[in-house]
Ligand binder design. Structure first.
Ligand SMILES: [Zn+2]
Ligand SMILES: [Zn+2]
Length: 337
């Protein structure tokens, strides 16, 4: 027991290594660009000031988005998706798998769930004792179920999911911008180095490495960013791109694809002024997502967001809510049959 706790502690410490590497490279690039290049080797004051201004905007945005991607806790399913004490007891007492499945089906009727496991059963996490909301997956690194889980990213040492997907995308964008700006402005120094005009030994080292590191990061980020742009346009998570979500009528890769514009709004929100800032603006609460087959007569993210709110309404109200959900589900089954 103590051994496994010790191992877990070591694992937790080692998991910060990629973040430390990225932070060190960025801090070094800051020193090299600002002090070694702009302060010591830039002849024109005005162009140096302009470079420094743009550089600092990119740098601050990069740090802000990186910070938010790392330290935004991934969201987990709310209480309504956890088995109640009595349900848990009933589930554990039952030994027949079919009867257990039926218990889960009965509980899931009260919840806005449209996806199923590959076998057609209700998606249930044994470790968290939770009925998984649509697009929710268990992360073995975080040891919990994560809403709209995309992937566990070692470079931010965090799960990328509903709560921080926008921050992760902005982090990729500003990292690329930071790299492009450095590569574009350092290139002139590289040319000077090429023709032998750069005399100082330190500057040579910094120019070469700044250009090399910026280009290397830019190329690798470009592919990752391109892939995520495609995923956002299709409204798929990385996990869903590998394994299509299963609905009542079978697997459907485009089950959550409600058109590029709406897909984009789901991640970035309605207010375009906030799109480029790492503040949370994603639509919904991560427990429910509009379906392609339902979106024509239903816009649940905006209209029914409060329906499954944690502490909204009396018991009588919640019974009414269940009826609405059941009716919608039945209609969905009928329309998909
Ligand atoms: Zn879980
Ligand atoms: Zn994780």
């Amino acid at each position: 027991m103590a051994m496994s706790r010790g191992l877990r502690c070591c694992q937790r410490i080692f998991s910060w290594i990629p973040v430390v590497i990225i932070s060190s490279v960025v801090l070094w690039s800051y020193y090299a660009y600002v002090f070694e290049l702009c302060f010591l080797h830039h002849n024109n004051f005005f162009s140096a000031a302009a470079y420094l201004l743009v550089f600092h905007v990119c740098f601050v945005m990069f740090c802000w988005t990186y910070w938010k991607a790392i330290f935004t806790p991934p969201s987990t399913p709310c209480k309504k998706f956890h088995l109640s004490y009595s349900d848990k007891e009933r589930y554990e007492m039952e030994e027949r798998p079919d009867a257990q499945k039926q218990i889960l089906i009965d509980i899931a009727k009260k919840l806005p769930i449209f996806t199923r496991a590959q076998s057609g059963a209700i998606r249930f996490c044994d470790r968290c004792q939770v009925i998984k909301p649509d697009r929710c997956h268990h992360c073995s690194v975080c040891e919990t179920c994560i809403l709209k889980m995309d992937h566990h990213c070692p470079w931010v040492n965090n799960c990328v999911g509903f709560s921080n997907y926008k921050f992760f995308l902005l982090f990729l964008s500003y990292s690329m911008l930071y790299c492009v700006f450095i590569a574009a402005t350092v290139f002139q120094y590289f040319l000077k180095f090429w023709v032998g005009e750069l005399s100082n030994g330190h500057a040579k080292f910094h120019v070469l490495f700044l250009l090399f590191v910026a280009l290397m990061f830019f190329v690798s980020l470009m592919f990752l960013f391109g892939y995520h742009c495609w995923l956002v346009a299709k409204n798929r998570s990385t996990l869903e791109a590998f394994s299509a979500p299963v609905f009542q009528n079978g697997p459907d890769r485009n089950g959550f694809n409600v058109g590029i514009r709406k897909n984009l709004l789901q991640v970035f929100g309605e207010d375009r002024r906030l799109w480029f800032f790492p503040v949370f603006t994603s639509q919904g609460d991560g427990h429910y997502f509009p379906l392609r087959t339902l979106c024509e007569y239903q816009n649940p993210l905006l209209a029914s967001e409060g329906r499954w709110a944690e502490d909204g309404g009396s018991d009588e109200d919640s019974t009414g809510e269940r009826d609405v959900i059941s009716a919608e589900k039945e209609q969905h089954v009928l329309s998909s049959a």
